[in-house]
Design a protein around this ligand. Structure first.
Ligand code: PAP
Length: 338
């Protein structure tokens, strides 16, 4: 690029960045808000409770993201197995570039290799350069279906959605925020968190809108949206690795299958293996957040150790109402499953 053209582009981008920040500041003041666990707010934007941390990034992502037909977008409600799904998708898509013995997953947490669109890529920069990433590009987001940019919905790109039963998800989230809570902010009790959940006040929620939005999309467009559940993956991961590879457009060859590549990726990305990697035991994000906060127990049914019957009944009754007639059910773990 010519120097003058380059300078003009930079100036116009800086101007656009300033204009956006200004617009964002004005917009946020007009939105309904509720206190969040971290002392910040959840803002009600287009029907979604957005944490203040990701709000500006979400707007930039919605406006500026240029999707490619070969992109794969991994989408989850928080604490549903995002770290796991990112590792699997990365290992599957990059197996031609790196054998597992040299995988970047050995030295980087999967969140660094598959960044969030709203939290990382568009967090501060409305015009990130995403052109030099080799195909298939893999991105992730916690954004509900209704808020996705129409370019994603209208393109041929693939969406992989992973959700988890709300009871385990809530317990996982409670532990997670307990570790990240600023000292100046009072700890939130499980009772309070259940109450927030039932009022729809979860980051990127209401939770039921999140799971139902993608459920409906997967029913209408099964070739575009692959809908997965954490509990199914815990029961049988190998067939899920194959399904994921097929769906992402990088199926395993017969030779790879014979060599045991599918099983190798499944076991490489298992909770026990990833949790014990040095990078995930001691590594950190540039913000200081420790990688180990993404690995706790990785089990189904741990909610039974934390939630009392009143909390469970309240959440289950609400979920039954919200999911009624959809044909979708959660797997809650050993206590209620057949
Ligand atoms: P995020 O949405 O903030 O990125 P996410 O990775 O979705 O978090 O959720 C973390 C949960 O996934 C933790 O669950 P727990 O609190 O019930 O233990 C974490 O232990 C679990 N997890 C992380 N990696 C794996 C894995 N490889 N297999 C299974 N579960 C995993």
């Amino acid at each position: 690029m010519e120097k003058t053209t380059e300078t003009a582009t930079v100036n116009s981008q800086t101007g656009e960045e300033e204009r956006m920040r200004d617009e964002y500041q004005k917009l946020i003041q007009t939105l309904p808000k509720e206190s969040n666990w971290d002392g910040g707010y959840l803002y009600l934007y287009q029907g979604c409770w957005c944490p203040s941390l990701s709000f500006q990034g979400l707007i930039s992502f919605q406006r500026h993201f240029q999707v490619d037909d070969t992109d794969v977008i991994l989408i989850t409600p928080p604490k549903s197995g995002t770290t796991w799904l990112k590792a699997l998708a990365f290992a599957i898509a990059n197996r031609m570039h790196y054998p597992l013995s040299q995988s970047p997953l050995l030295t980087s947490n999967s969140h660094h290799l598959v960044p969030f669109l709203e939290f990382n890529i568009y967090h501060e920069n409305p015009f990130p350069n995403l052109e030099n990433i080799h195909s298939p590009r893999i991105f992730s987001t916690h954004t509900p279906y209704a808020l996705l940019p129409s370019s994603i919905k209208d393109s041929k790109c693939k969406i992989v959605y992973l959700c988890r039963n709300p009871l385990d998800r809530l317990v996982s989230y409670w532990h997670f925020i307990g570790k990240l809570r600023p000292e100046t902010v009072e700890a939130i009790s499980l009772d309070q968190l259940v109450d927030m959940f039932c009022r729809g006040l979860t980051a990127h929620g209401p939770f039921w809108d999140h799971v139902m939005g993608y459920w409906k999309a997967s029913q209408e467009m099964p070739n575009k949206v692959l809908y997965l559940q954490y509990e199914d993956m815990k029961v049988e991961i190998v067939s899920h690795v194959k399904t994921l590879a097929d769906f992402m457009g990088c199926p395993f060859s017969l030779d790879e299958e014979k060599q045991g590549m599918v099983e190798e990726i499944a076991s490489f990305c298992s909770f026990d293996n990833l949790k014990d990697l040095e990078v995930n035991k001691t590594g950190k994000f540039h913000t200081g957040k420790q990688n180990n906060v993404f690995f706790r127990k990785g089990e189904v049914g741990d909610w039974a150790n934390y939630l009392n019957p009143t909390m469970v009944e309240r959440m289950e009754k609400l979920m039954e109402e919200k999911l009624e007639g959809s044909g979708f059910t959660f797997k809650r773990g050993f206590i209620y499953d057949d």
